[in-house]
Design a protein. Structure first.
Length: 74
Protein backbone atom coordinates (compact mmCIF):
# COMPACT_ATOMS: atom_id res chain seq x y z
CA UNK A 1 0.00 0.00 0.00
CA UNK A 2 1.36 3.43 -0.96
CA UNK A 3 2.20 5.88 1.79
CA UNK A 4 2.67 8.80 -0.61
CA UNK A 5 0.37 11.72 0.19
CA UNK A 6 -2.40 12.38 -2.32
CA UNK A 7 -2.43 15.80 -3.98
CA UNK A 8 -4.95 18.40 -2.87
CA UNK A 9 -7.78 19.23 -5.24
CA UNK A 10 -5.90 22.31 -6.43
CA UNK A 11 -2.68 20.34 -6.96
CA UNK A 12 -4.63 17.66 -8.82
CA UNK A 13 -6.19 20.24 -11.18
CA UNK A 14 -2.72 21.69 -11.88
CA UNK A 15 -1.42 18.19 -12.57
CA UNK A 16 -4.27 17.48 -15.00
CA UNK A 17 -3.51 20.73 -16.82
CA UNK A 18 0.24 20.05 -16.93
CA UNK A 19 -0.21 16.55 -18.34
CA UNK A 20 -2.76 17.81 -20.87
CA UNK A 21 -0.25 20.44 -22.01
CA UNK A 22 2.46 17.82 -22.38
CA UNK A 23 0.22 15.69 -24.61
CA UNK A 24 -0.52 18.87 -26.64
CA UNK A 25 3.19 19.60 -27.02
CA UNK A 26 4.06 16.00 -27.94
CA UNK A 27 0.99 14.53 -29.68
CA UNK A 28 2.70 11.19 -30.30
CA UNK A 29 2.89 10.34 -26.58
CA UNK A 30 1.42 6.94 -25.72
CA UNK A 31 1.62 5.63 -22.17
CA UNK A 32 0.24 2.92 -19.96
CA UNK A 33 -0.56 4.14 -16.45
CA UNK A 34 2.66 2.61 -15.15
CA UNK A 35 4.78 4.23 -17.86
CA UNK A 36 3.12 7.62 -17.38
CA UNK A 37 3.56 7.46 -13.60
CA UNK A 38 7.28 6.87 -14.05
CA UNK A 39 7.57 9.55 -16.75
CA UNK A 40 5.91 12.22 -14.57
CA UNK A 41 7.27 10.85 -11.26
CA UNK A 42 3.85 10.54 -9.63
CA UNK A 43 2.15 7.61 -7.95
CA UNK A 44 0.14 5.23 -10.12
CA UNK A 45 -3.20 5.91 -8.41
CA UNK A 46 -2.95 9.66 -9.01
CA UNK A 47 -1.66 9.09 -12.52
CA UNK A 48 -4.55 6.75 -13.36
CA UNK A 49 -7.01 9.34 -12.02
CA UNK A 50 -5.48 12.07 -14.17
CA UNK A 51 -5.45 9.97 -17.33
CA UNK A 52 -9.00 8.72 -16.76
CA UNK A 53 -10.20 12.30 -16.22
CA UNK A 54 -8.59 13.40 -19.49
CA UNK A 55 -10.16 10.40 -21.23
CA UNK A 56 -13.59 11.19 -19.76
CA UNK A 57 -13.22 14.76 -21.04
CA UNK A 58 -12.61 13.38 -24.55
CA UNK A 59 -9.01 14.59 -24.68
CA UNK A 60 -7.36 11.18 -24.40
CA UNK A 61 -8.35 7.77 -25.68
CA UNK A 62 -7.30 4.42 -24.24
CA UNK A 63 -6.25 1.88 -26.84
CA UNK A 64 -6.68 -1.86 -26.78
CA UNK A 65 -3.07 -2.04 -25.55
CA UNK A 66 -4.09 0.00 -22.46
CA UNK A 67 -2.02 2.98 -23.60
CA UNK A 68 -3.45 6.47 -23.41
CA UNK A 69 -2.96 8.86 -26.32
CA UNK A 70 -4.57 12.02 -27.65
CA UNK A 71 -8.02 11.36 -29.04
CA UNK A 72 -8.19 11.83 -32.80
CA UNK A 73 -11.53 12.19 -34.52
CA UNK A 74 -11.82 10.39 -37.83
Amino acid sequence: MSTEPRPSFREFRKLVQRIREEFDEMPGLRFTVNEAARFWAIDEVTCASVLMQLAAAGFLARGTDCRFEMYRQA
